[in-house]
Design a protein around this ligand. Structure first.
Ligand SMILES: Cc1ncc(COP(=O)(O)O)c(C=O)c1O
Length: 376
């Protein structure tokens, strides 16, 4: 390994385009020349292709993953102040969608090994007002869906899965996002299936719900200028759908590369006193992120800075749990309410793991982490 500094970005968005340039150029040109920029044929084709990939009956494309969450909730006939259970350790989108719609986000703690909400923490939060549970599968891993679905069924509460970070991951024989009543995803450029801007989708096997969500995403229109619901304008651009059709062809290959990188990290870092993401039997993790856990805040921040000084970018997902965000201050949560989520925020560090990361760069990252931890 050369002792010179190498520059390793956390993620290189344009690499995605460059590796698939011919196909994408062709697809984009076709849309540009067609003039069919809104709801062009690529949108329906992409929805069908994704439905086929996931083995679900209905995919409704929309403008982004946050809208997907809003649309799923809007589709469910919830009333103001109904409670929705959501993990405290998460990107803001799910809790934000709940609160934005006048519903009450009820936070629940997560599992320290797989980072996700668990059946026990959900069960503790169920009340007569609980009308939905949002399960977010973080980093490419999976929440324990068997247990969660059992609890949800016992209480007859629908489950919304957020697979924005886990599209293509498998739980048993099925893809994540096919266990609950409805699922949401994002095609933000860092996701497993990514477009070149914003994009998202909702998917479900429930025909009635799919039909309603489709209307809601298009101003609640039943037919042109006939509005059954108060909806929103949340469409996937034809251009992004054309890009996504190309990207879907390489999704499994990209996930395999992410999994190979994860194995190489696991081999390279296994002797160190850090926690590595767990490979659980029966779950095919897609490693949208590779998050290690350091012993505390100081060590995590020192390692982050050390790696930055060596030219290696890392990220912290997430530095603050949802329940302590100022935006949710009116819901009355306080520090100590969700100890696992709060601890994780102090300990996690995401290492580069994208399909464009080379083995040479990864070896350099591993070497530098070892140097830091063995000398520290
Ligand atoms: C788990 C999760 N859910 C939802 C979203 C929201 O997606 P978008 O940025 O497309 O609105 C994200 C985005 O990063 C996410 O990571």
């Amino acid at each position: 390994m050369p002792d010179c500094k190498i520059k390793v970005p956390f993620f290189d968005a344009s690499a995605n385009y460059i590796s698939n340039r011919l196909q994408i150029d062709e697809a984009v040109k076709k849309v540009l020349e067609s003039g069919s920029y809104i709801n062009g044929p690529e949108v329906g084709l992409f929805a069908d292709s994704l439905a086929n990939y996931l083995n679900v009956d209905h995919v409704v494309p929309c403008a982004n993953g946050t809208d997907a969450l809003c649309l799923a909730l809007m589709g469910m006939d919830l009333k103001r102040n109904d409670e929705v259970i959501v993990p405290a350790f998460n990107f803001i989108a799910a809790a934000e969608a709940i609160a934005f719609l006048g519903l009450v986000p009820v936070f629940a703690d997560v599992d320290s090994h797989h980072f996700n909400i668990c059946a026990k923490s959900i069960e503790e939060k169920i009340t007569s007002k609980t009308k939905a549970i949002i399960v977010v599968h973080l980093f490419g891993g999976a929440a324990s869906m068997d247990d969660i679905i059992r609890v949800a069924n016992q209480h007859q509460i629908p489950v919304i899965e957020d697979v924005a970070q886990s599209l293509g991951s498998e739980y048993g024989e099925k893809k994540l996002g096919t266990f609950g009543t409805i699922a949401c995803t994002s095609f933000f450029p860092t996701k497993n299936l990514a477009c070149f801007g914003d994009g998202g989708a909702v998917f479900t096997n429930n025909e009635k719900l799919a039909h309603k969500v489709k209307m809601l995403a298009n101003h609640g229109q039943q037919q042109k200028y006939v509005h059954k619901y108060i909806g929103v304008n949340s469409r996937l651009d034809t251009l992004q759908a054309a890009v996504l059709l190309c990207q879907l062809n390489t999704l499994d290959q990209d996930i395999e590369h992410r999994r190979t990188l994860a194995k190489r990290y696991a081999n390279g870092l296994c002797d160190l006193t850090i926690l590595l993401p767990e490979e659980t039997a029966g779950i095919k993790h897609s490693y949208n992120q590779y998050c290690i856990q350091l012993s505390d805040f100081q060590q995590r921040d020192d390692l982050k800075k050390y790696l930055m000084d060596q030219g290696i970018s890392t990220m912290i997902y997430y530095s603050q749990p949802n329940h302590l965000q100022e935006a949710f201050g009116s819901f009355g949560y306080k520090a100590g309410d969700f100890p696992v989520a709060e601890q994780l925020c102090n300990k996690v560090l995401a290492l580069p793991v994208s399909p464009s990361l080379t083995f040479e760069h990864q070896d350099y990252i591993i070497e530098q982490i070892k140097r830091f931890l063995q000398n520290g």
